[in-house]
Design a protein around this ligand. Sequence first.
Ligand code: NVA
Length: 366
Amino acid sequence: MAKIVNSWNDWDPLKRVIVGRCDNSMIPPEEPATSEKVPVDSEMRGMWGLRPLATVERGNECLENLVKAVEDRGVVVDRPTPLQWNQAIGTPDFRNDSMMTCMPPRDILLTIGNEIMASANSFRCRYFEYLAYWPLMKQYFDEDPEFKWTQAPRPRLTDASYKHNYYDEKITLEERLVRTANKDFVTTEVEPMWDAADVMRMGKDLFIQHGLTTNRTAMEWFQRYYPELRVHAMNFPGDPYPIHIDATFVPLRPGLIINNPHRHPAEGQLAIFEANDWEVVDAAQPAHDEPPALCYSSVWLSMNCLVLDPKTVIVEASEVHQQEQMDKLGMNVVPVDLRDAYPFGGGLHCSTADVYREGGCEDYFP
Ligand code: NVA
């Protein structure tokens, strides 16, 4: 029996990874948590249904580019099993007219050491997304006797989980920024809610973004669940749509982080990095002025890279400025054409979930 699952950070040598699939992806109907996250001027506002088939096929082609790039470097790739995401769902607490997708896996699966935990997402449409990964979890469970297969406490997602009338179409960008600065988000604190992509793993330390998708109760839950780890809340007051830390604050190797220049950490939150001589550099400008059509994310997916080892990083092929910066920072850059997968939920880091990286649980902030 082999050791299949092990990963403590985002930079140790990658040996096995899950890459998402775009099949059957939906633009989900609006619901309490999602309307806050779709920019007011987005063409996706008010629209829902199956994503056009040609875009699904093209998104899958992009993901195949990524699969090939990592397999060529000896990384084993696993894929989820998509469901018919257009089915309506219900629990005792809510009904929703559809699910969403199994892109990106990074939002759903959190790997910490020999454990993979399915998250506690605040979107109702993502409530059953974990099912796409259950065949893989069973396989790892059968093949790796040390693998811990875990599901975080499931949120109920009743109306009490969201602030009512929080979203208002007339809200300006400035008002949004005031809310972010005041840590005033659409979710309440009645239960832990979190997306795995808000959790940045750095060995003994977890840095977790508090924003529209992850609340403070989740951080308290993490600290009790992992008493041997240190949990740090992070806020980025410059982000009007604070969702997922991996287009904001991205480690490349021990001692080096690229930071979105519009989203610096809140006062005092850099201190631990400075005290331990980490370099935090502003990321290069994105190569694009706009995200692709029908995309939820910002142009800053430019910095959403996949580190293969502390000297090698995959960067999206059109992001020439980010590639150049990585090169100057001493990384070997592998370009992969992935931009047409962005609308399905994100860039290179988002599109994956760690299964195995070499290395153990180090203390980078002694
Ligand atoms: N909120 C982020 C998504 C990161 C994957 C952005 O669009 O910049």
